[in-house]
Design a binder for this molecule. Structure first.
Ligand code: TXA
Ligand code: MG
Length: 325
């Protein structure tokens, strides 16, 4: 049985009780729902991997209440500090070297000497982290390879009966996972694009931000960036300029492509062409179209600038992963 907890003091107290007992509690953040466990205990982190059905141990992000707590876990050089001060609380994960005396379990870090840290801005997440008082390891609260959940109902669809509880804080506003930036010796590497854009990171740090995919063998990797990581079961066809027989349409903007009238179903991420609105609607839209029995999901082209980089990243992965159900 998975308890559905309200985001009240009583609900959060129950969530803390479960976490302290080594259990699993899904909770809202401003990006997507996370599947939380006490990050300081290996056996609690192990339950996350089992519940998600992750094929291999993949480092987990440790969520903390504030920068002070983060600095007890990770070593922040001046560049990392500047990014944290500019963007926390918020949808940015910083991968930094583990601090001496850091408490995040080695299993939660997948044995790495770095740790992914994040101070979320969602008020329910912040209250939970402050009340629990220890880092909470949390990947997205979906079965491995599925689309990340942006509502408590999505969490229950994937993990109902498998986890102890979910705190229902309503839909998540950003809708895409956090930006992940590794900072080592003052150099920033973008491991995963997100709502904090490459340009914003570069501006604050006064440097150009390299991409981990650009081939630097020394760059830290985000192992979760596998091609099949965000996949619906239905094949996804990108940059569709027409709708083919049997397809559903994931639309963007006011003007629909030829053939839209015969689409199995149409979901418009943002009729006005707004990328923020599109990001928050993306995963719910993919889930809805995945369930309508279409032969494929045709996705209209979206602009690639700013937040569009993160949306394109997730859509490319959805398309690449589609044959693997
Ligand atoms: O928005 C988010 O980031 C959500 C919410 C719940 O915070 N979490 C999330 O977690 O998306 P997850 O596990 O689905 O993705 C975390 C990514 C993985 O690709 C993992 O490989 C990478 O972060 N990561 C974590 N720690 C790392 C480290 N020390 N070095 C490199 N990559 C790391
Ligand atoms: Mg995930």
């Amino acid at each position: 049985m998975t308890a559905i907890l309200p985001p009240t003091d009583a609900g959060l107290a129950e969530a803390c009780r479960i976490l302290a007992a080594g259990g699993l509690v899904a909770f809202p953040t401003e990006t997507v729902y996370g599947l939380g466990a006490d990050a300081t205990r290996a056996e609690a982190a192990a339950k996350i991997y089992a519940a998600k059905g992750r094929p291999s141990f993949n480092p987990l992000i440790a969520h903390v209440a504030d920068l002070d707590a983060a600095r007890r876990e990770g070593a922040f050089d001046p560049v990392a500090l500047r990014l944290a001060e500019a963007f926390w609380p918020g949808p940015l994960t910083l991968v930094v070297p583990v601090a001496p005396g850091g408490t995040v379990a080695e299993l939660a870090r997948a044995g790495l000497t770095s740790v992914g840290l994040r101070v979320p801005s969602d008020p329910v997440a912040r209250r939970l982290l402050a009340a629990f008082g220890r880092p909470v390891a949390a990947p997205s609260a979906n079965r491995s390879g599925h689309v990340s959940p942006t509502s408590a109902a999505h969490v229950l669809a994937d993990l109902g009966g498998v986890i102890d509880a979910v705190i229902d804080g309503g839909p998540t506003p950003v809708g895409l996972e956090s930006t992940i930036a590794a900072v080592d010796a003052g150099r920033i590497t973008l491991l995963r694009p997100g709502a904090i854009t490459r340009a914003q990171l570069g501006m604050v740090a006064g440097q150009t931000v390299a991409d981990a995919d650009a081939g630097d063998a020394q760059a830290p990797r985000a192992p979760g960036r596998l091609s099949a990581h965000y996949a619906p079961a239905t094949p996804v066809r990108l940059n569709a300029t027409e709708v083919r027989a049997g397809e559903a349409l994931l639309a963007f903007g006011p003007k629909l492509p030829p053939g839209a009238d015969r689409a199995r179903e149409i979901l418009n991420l943002s009729p006005s062409g707004n990328l923020t609105e599109a990001a928050s609607a993306l995963y719910g839209g993919l889930r809805a179209l995945d369930a309508c029995g279409a032969a494929a999901i045709a996705v209209m082209p979206l602009p690639a600038e700013g937040l569009g980089e993160a949306i394109a990243d997730r859509l490319t992965r959805a398309a690449a992963g589609a044959p693997l159900t």
